[in-house]
Write a protein that binds this ligand. Structure first.
Ligand code: ZN
Length: 327
C-alpha cells in the first residue's frame, strides 16, 4: 500500500515540475534498480521524449525506444558485471554525451543504474557535471543504497524515495548483528580476532541463505524456459554477485565505524559522527587509539575491500584484518 502511495506521490511531483518547467538537473531515485526505481525512471524519461499529447503514451516510437534503453538521446550505464563497479571511463563517456547536442534538439539524459557502485574516481567525474550541469540535461541516479553515495553527490540531487521495499530494507538482516560485532571491537588477541571473524562468517552465511532463497524464487517465477545446467549457472552467478554487494556494504559500515573513531581521536565535533547513537562505545574504543593508529585501521579496512575485489574469500580477509586491528 505504502509503496503505491509513495510512487504516486513522487510521480505527481515529477509531472508537476515537468509541466511547470521546473525539473531539477539530477535526481537520486531510491528503490529497486531492477524494479520500481527502474520503472519510475523509464516513465520519467518517457515524459520528456514522448511525442503524444497525453504523455507518456507508452506506444509511440520514442516511448518504445526509452523502454528498450535505446533512445539516442539517453545513455544508460551500470556496474561492470565482474567487479560490480561503475567505471570512471563509463561516467566520462556519459558526461561527454550529455554535453553534446541532442539528436532530437531536446533533452539529453544520463542514467546510472546502481549508482552506489561508482568508485571514488567515477564519483568525482560525475561531481564536476553536477556542479555545472549543461542546459536541458537530466541525470538519474538509481540506487537502493543511497547511504553509499557520496554526500556531495546526494546534496546536488533531488531525492525521490519510492519505497522502503525489500531492496531498500535488505540491510536489516546483517546490519544489527554487524553493529553488535563492531561494538565488541577491538579484538584483544589473535584468538579473539578469530572469534569475531567466525561471528562475521555466521552473519554472511545467513545473508547467503536468504539471497539464495530469494533468487530461487525470482528464477522460479521466470517464464523463460531454462534448462537445468543453465539455471544452476544463472543461480550461482546471481548469488555471487549479490553476496558481493552485501560484503562490500559490510566493509563500508566498518569503514564508517573507524572514521568515527578517527573523528573522536581527532576531537572533531561529535555532531558529525556517523553513528551518534553509539557515541559512548565509540569513545571507549577511541581511547585505545592515537590519530595514526586510527588512520592505520582505516587503511586496513580499505585494504579489505580491495582484496575482496581480487576474489579472496571474505572470511579470510576479515580474519586477517581483525588480527591487524587487535589492540
Ligand atoms: Zn509516447
Amino acid at each position: 500500500m505504502e509503496t503505491i502511495d509513495l510512487h504516486a506521490e513522487a510521480w505527481e511531483g515529477i509531472r508537476n515540475s515537468y509541466e511547470n518547467n521546473r525539473l531539477a538537473h539530477a535526481y537520486v531515485i531510491v528503490g529497486s534498480p531492477r524494479g520500481n526505481a527502474l520503472q519510475f525512471s523509464e516513465s520519467f524519461l518517457k515524459l520528456l521524449y514522448c511525442s503524444a499529447t497525453e504523455k507518456p503514451c507508452n506506444e509511440c516510437t520514442n516511448c518504445r525506444l526509452i523502454e528498450s534503453h535505446k533512445h539516442a538521446d539517453t545513455l544508460w550505464i551500470e556496474p561492470q558485471s565482474k567487479a560490480r563497479q561503475i567505471k570512471a571511463d563509463d561516467v566520462r563517456g556519459l558526461v561527454n554525451r550529455m554535453t553534446q547536442t541532442s539528436f532530437e534538439g531536446g533533452w539529453k539524459a544520463g542514467i546510472l543504474v546502481s549508482a552506489e557502485c561508482m568508485n571514488t574516481n567515477s564519483a568525482n567525474v560525475l561531481l564536476k557535471t553536477l556542479e555545472e550541469p549543461p542546459k536541458k540535461t537530466l541525470l538519474l541516479l538509481i540506487t537502493d543504497s543511497p547511504q553509499a553515495l557520496l554526500p556531495t553527490i546526494i546534496s546536488r540531487c533531488q531525492k525521490i524515495v519510492l519505497a522502503e521495499g525489500k531492496a531498500v530494507g535488505k540491510n536489516t538482516l546483517w546490519e544489527a548483528p554487524l553493529m553488535e560485532l563492531l561494538r565488541e571491537l577491538p579484538a584483544t588477541s589473535g584468538l579473539d580476532a578469530s572469534r569475531l571473524a567466525g561471528k562475521l562468517k555466521a552473519i554472511l552465511d545467513t545473508v547467503k541463505a536468504e539471497i539464495t532463497e530469494s533468487i530461487e524464487e525470482e528464477l522460479g517465477g521466470n517464464d523463460e524456459a531454462l534448462d537445468e545446467s543453465k539455471l544452476k549457472e544463472t543461480l550461482e552467478a546471481r548469488i555471487k554477485a549479490r553476496l558481493k554487494e552485501v560484503q562490500s556494504e559490510v566493509f563500508r559500515v566498518m569503514l564508517d565505524w573507524y572514521r568515527d573513531i578517527l573523528m573522536l581521536v581527532s576531537r572533531v565535533d561529535t555532531e558529525h559522527l556517523i553513528f551518534p547513537n553509539d557515541q559512548n562505545i565509540l569513545k571507549e574504543q577511541a581511547k585505545e587509539h592515537t590519530q595514526s593508529s586510527a588512520l592505520q585501521a582505516i587503511q586496513v579496512v580499505e585494504g579489505m575491500s580491495r582484496r575482496l575485489d581480487r576474489n579472496i574469500p571474505a572470511v579470510q580477509i576479515f580474519d586477517e584484518a581483525f588480527r591487524k586491528l587487535v589492540r
